[in-house]
Design a protein around this ligand. Structure first.
Ligand code: ADP
Ligand code: MG
Length: 678
């Protein structure tokens, strides 16, 4: 039986599978599969005119081909044309190569020219058999992103077939002209098949109008898709939770401090959202230590005031438990009943917790993602708070839908989202920002210290603890193996116990049993422990204001967001705080750049911006990206002006020409994973 090909021409199942790996599932995907770069095979350069460093194509006869063994096994050719002689080397080759390169055979070689041992040479050039009358291509040759088992030539042919049909313009001409954009069809054709004389560097810089058009369209598709999903959410109804002030006001009275102006503003925005009859999707952003927890607690209380339940979720047990321990007693005094659910809880305990939640005997449930998995068991869930949301996956967010009315959602993150990302990938969410720290904090002093000076650092830790302070010692990160990570943590602990006699030292890591973790954290909190040796499990949220010194070993292995988060564990009280970043030499280029950024900046937004520059948006987006098509052609730093125009046009398009919007999204996202956020 012949299965229908989603392409307009026959494609074998094996080939279709390879294409699917590249996200190519229909003709129009092939059309939008644009080259990574181009090669200029339009000209032949005489060997005598080659210059080192240049990329060129020569046409030459093989004079000699042999396998040599020094310094390693390789295939070496001597080739020549009328103007000179060139060496060609292949470090990887098959017997068939040796056979093809017979003396006298004529080939075209295309590659970078280098000054070699015995004159000019090319290493691993592309090559093809050629005669004097083999025609030269008229335009640049595209090189596409591809996957194993799918060669450039085959992919090129498939794309050519897809390009045989006309390409519809998706934008109305008057909008296109208004925006000064090139036509879609000619832009796409130009990028796939640059005409003779088209300058390669202009194409590669991506400043070419053809690229700009494609980048714009891609951004527009993203904006349309996010705006549509936002509209759909705004059209859904849920139970409004008006602000009744009974519990919230009483809670504010229990606080030992006043809310900062930024906290009050964020709280006001959230409170207004909750009172509306549509599900809230708000992201509360605030740098580490800016005081997001109290704002979230207020939101929970507004839900409880309305007879609804709230779930307060954190990505680690330590953090979830800390929220529970800190908030539950205060809330109990107000008559609010809290429950606690975690994955490592004893079964009986956990079942009891769920029974209370399902029976509505708990108003507020604290927990880890274990809460997500059984969210349907709430009896009247009104609000979900997701702390450190960047640590959670998109799929887990969806599991929250549960039963009954759709809950409001408040997501919190201390990983600041640069403006361009907020405008693009997060455009479906509302964002509140806490942009000031509570008063009375002393800035954290960051020190970069070579591991060779570890003794001085030990002395400093001893002095701080003897003087009544507390400190963290963060163990090196071993990404490859959890077992090694544990080993390292235990070794570090053992060494520090030996080197710092007289100090009370504790150890906490991810593999510890929940009760043990909890008792170590409680002991640190109540200052029965002076020095807490920890893995990066303490990275998020842990709050012990008396701890004003932190040492991070092998800081060069950590990412910027992680370093910033870790450093945020100190500087929470009135004590002068210090964060010592120990590093091992030699430093890689990237590690050096990162340490420089963390040393020079304390503002999370600036650090995130620098991170974006160093790494690109992929990792910064964390889990969120798994549900969102990434941008292939647009670059958020470079194309920020396009992004703004795409955002404005998306609004107008949905308002005035919804059919244009639908067609545009179909073209760009039709066969890709649909947006699956809110
Ligand atoms: P984060 O935003 O990193 O989650 P937290 O909510 O853990 O920050 O707050 C950090 C510390 O600041 C906590 O000890 C908290 O009690 C305290 N805090 C929060 N708001 C204020 C405020 N307005 N004034 C003084 N201290 C505050
Ligand atoms: Mg927090």
């Amino acid at each position: 039986m012949k299965t229908a090909s989603p392409f307009s021409f026959p494609v074998s199942p094996a080939l279709a599978a390879k294409l699917a790996k590249l996200g190519l599932k229909r003709d129009s995907d092939l059309i939008l599969h644009l080259p990574l770069r181009w090669e200029d095979e339009t000209r032949i350069t005489p060997i005598g005119e080659l210059l080192p460093g240049q990329t060129a194509q020569v046409q030459a006869c093989v004079r000699e081909a042999k396998v040599t063994y020094r310094p390693r096994r390789m295939l070496t050719l001597i080739v020549e044309d009328d103007s000179g002689v060139l060496g060609v080397r292949f470090l990887h080759f098959y017997p068939s190569h040796l056979k093809a390169f017979q003396a006298g055979a004529r080939f075209r070689f295309n590659g970078e020219v280098r000054g070699g041992f015995l004159g000019l040479e090319m290493v691993h050039p592309r090559f093809a058999k050629a005669d004097d009358d083999t025609p030269l291509p008229a335009g640049l040759t595209p090189v596409y992103p591809t996957t194993a088992g799918l060669g450039q030539a085959s992919l090129r042919k498939l794309i050519e077939r897809a390009l045989a049909a006309p390409i519809d313009e998706t934008l109305p001409p008057e909008w296109r002209e208004e925006l000064g954009l090139a036509e879609l069809e000619s832009s796409i054709r130009l990028l796939h098949q640059p005409p003779p004389g088209c300058a390669q560097h202009a194409l590669e810089s991506r400043a070419h109008p053809a690229w700009q058009r494609l980048a714009f369209d891609e951004l527009l598709a993203q904006q349309l898709s996010l705006a549509t999903s936002r509209q759909a959410r705004e059209a859904r109804t849920t139970l409004p939770l008006p602000h009744r002030r009974r519990l919230t006001a009483a809670f504010v009275d229990t606080l030992a401090f006043e809310l900062t102006a930024a906290q009050a503003r964020a709280w006001q925005e959230i409170s207004t959202d909750l009172a509306a009859p549509h599900p809230m999707r708000r992201l509360l952003q605030g740098d580490v230590g800016s005081g997001k927890t109290v704002v979230a607690a207020l939101a929970c209380l507004q839900a409880v005031e309305n007879g609804m339940q709230a779930a307060f979720m954190a990505p680690t047990e330590i953090l979830a438990e800390q929220h529970y321990r800190k908030l539950a007693p205060t809330l109990a005094a107000l008559g609010v009943r809290s429950g606690w659910v975690s994955g490592s809880q004893r079964r009986a305990e956990r079942e009891a917790a769920w029974r209370a939640i399902a029976a509505g005997e708990a108003d507020l449930a604290f927990g880890t993602h274990a809460l997500f998995q059984e969210a349907g068991n709430f009896c009247r869930l009104g609000l979900v708070v997701v702390d450190e949301q960047h640590r959670f996956g998109v799929g887990q967010r969806l599991a929250l839908m549960g039963k009954g009315t759709e809950p409001h959602q408040l997501m919190m993150s201390a990983t600041p989202i640069p403006r361009t990302l907020a405008m693009s990938f997060f455009a479906d969410l509302d964002v509140s920002a806490i942009d000031e720290l509570p008063p009375g904090r002393t800035p954290i002093v960051t020190k970069l210290v070579s591991a060779a000076r570890r003794d001085e650092v030990l002395a400093r830790v001893r002095d701080a603890c003897v003087g009544g302070g507390q400190a963290y010692w963060v163990c090196p990160l071993i990404e490859e193996s959890e077992k090694l990570q544990l080993q390292t943590a235990e070794d570090t602990y053992g060494t520090l116990v030996e080197q710092l006699p007289g100090l009370r030292i504790g150890l906490v890591h991810g593999r510890l049993k929940a009760e043990d973790k909890q008792s170590v954290m409680a002991a640190f909190q109540s200052h029965e422990i002076d020095l807490l040796v920890a893995t990066t499990v303490i990275e998020v949220g842990v709050d012990v204001p008396n701890a004003a010194l932190m040492v991070i070993e092998h800081a060069e292995r950590m990412g910027l967001a992680q370093l910033h988060q870790l450093r945020g564990r100190v500087g929470r009280g009135a004590r002068e705080s210090v964060c010592v970043l120990l590093y091992e030499t030699p430093l890689s280029e990237l590690a050096r750049a990162r340490l420089k950024v963390i040393f020079e900046h304390s503002d999370g937004f600036e650090i995130a911006r620098q991170d974006l520059l160093l790494r690109g948006p992929g990792e910064l987006l964390g889990q969120r990206q798994s549900g969102l098509p990434m941008l292939r052609f647009a670059d958020l730093e470079r194309d920020v002006a396009l992004l703004e125009r795409a955002r404005d046009l998306a609004q107008r398009c949905l308002r005035e020409r919804p059919e244009v919007a639908a067609r545009h999204v179909e073209r760009w996202l039709g066969s890709r994973q649909a947006y699956s956020g809110s």
